[in-house]
Design a protein around this ligand. Structure first.
Ligand SMILES: [Fe+2]
Length: 303
């Protein structure tokens, strides 16, 4: 077939996907082609504009390296990451709500037991905080031997992956057999998403908020349970209602309180420390969740 026009081109491109063996891949590609063509038609895309688009996507790719993931950031600010999270986490009532992974997760962080100190090796001080809680099933039973992958920004709002140094304020914290976990860290602070790349230019051009409310990231996993990728936000943060990546859920906002002198002494924390108590609730495992987890674990790249 030849002589393609704006009226028959989409059907022909879709028809050429007919030999695709993987049914799901074929479904995704068919829909992507239809929506991309519809988008071009709707905005009457000019050649110059599409070339600008290609230049932008090229720059996003070129900004990625072993530590920087500009495509995840793009997905985040377009709300696509949160849309995918929302579509895939509807079936676990009572479980801790999921939210975006973000661009700053890294494999290979140091392991800590109960009461570990994630401030070790930190190049910048912050407000000391004792973080503790339990990992529970949705019906409130302790989940033994869970692992909590924790990461957060330094006091200046910059993640360790954005600088040349070692991992900081990041660790894999093991809960005990009773489902209890605890570690020392610093209180997170609000921060700007990276604005020095093409995604920053995009956000600037649209005059959108580029700030994220303060949060600690957590991936909580335990055998027999669905893994949850989530955040714990700081109550009272000024950016809770305008998160640049649409990730805030009310159930994930927690209060940082004073630890108290006696308790601080007992825990070996500085006198004016804070405490954060947060329980994570996990839903029982499903076959498809297992598959998704395998995919994340299989990737050695920054994700
Ligand atoms: Fe973050």
């Amino acid at each position: 077939m030849r002589q393609f026009t704006e009226d028959n081109l989409t059907d022909e491109v879709v028809a050429r996907l007919r030999k695709t063996k993987d049914k799901r891949f074929k479904e995704i590609m068919t829909s992507a082609v239809k929506h991309l063509h519809a988008f071009a038609r709707e905005v009457k895309l000019t050649e110059e504009e599409w070339f600008e688009g290609i230049k932008f996507l090229t720059a996003v790719g070129q900004k990625c390296d072993g530590k920087r993931q500009e495509f995840i950031l793009l997905s985040d600010v377009l709300g696509l990451s949160m849309m995918v999270v929302a579509l895939n986490h509807k079936t676990a009532p009572g479980a801790t709500e999921a939210t975006v992974l973000g661009p700053f997760f890294a494999h290979g962080a140091r392991e800590y037991g109960y009461g570990g100190d994630l401030r070790e090796g930190a190049t910048m001080k912050g407000e000391d905080v004792w973080v503790s809680g339990r990992v529970l099933s949705v019906d409130g039973k302790p989940v033994p031997n869970a692992a909590l992958d924790i990461w957060q920004a330094k006091a200046d709002g910059i993640y360790d992956l954005q600088t040349e140094g070692e991992f900081e304020l990041r660790g894999r914290v093991k809960a005990n057999a009773k489902g209890e976990y605890a570690f020392a860290s610093y209180k997170p602070k609000f921060y700007s998403i990276p604005m020095d790349g093409p995604v920053g230019e995009l956000v600037r051009a649209t005059h959108n908020n580029h700030m994220r409310p303060a949060h600690m990231h957590a991936i909580v996993s335990a055998p027999g349970y669905q893994q949850v990728i989530t955040h714990v936000f700081v109550e009272g943060d000024p950016y809770l209602d305008g998160d640049a990546v649409f990730a805030v859920k009310d159930s994930l906002v927690a209060r940082y309180e004073k630890l108290g002198a006696a308790e601080a002494k007992k825990l070996g924390m500085p006198e004016k420390s804070l405490k954060l108590s947060f329980d994570f609730k996990l839903a029982a495992d499903r076959a498809d969740a297992k598959k998704a987890r395998k995919k994340i674990a299989a990737s050695d790249a920054v994700a």
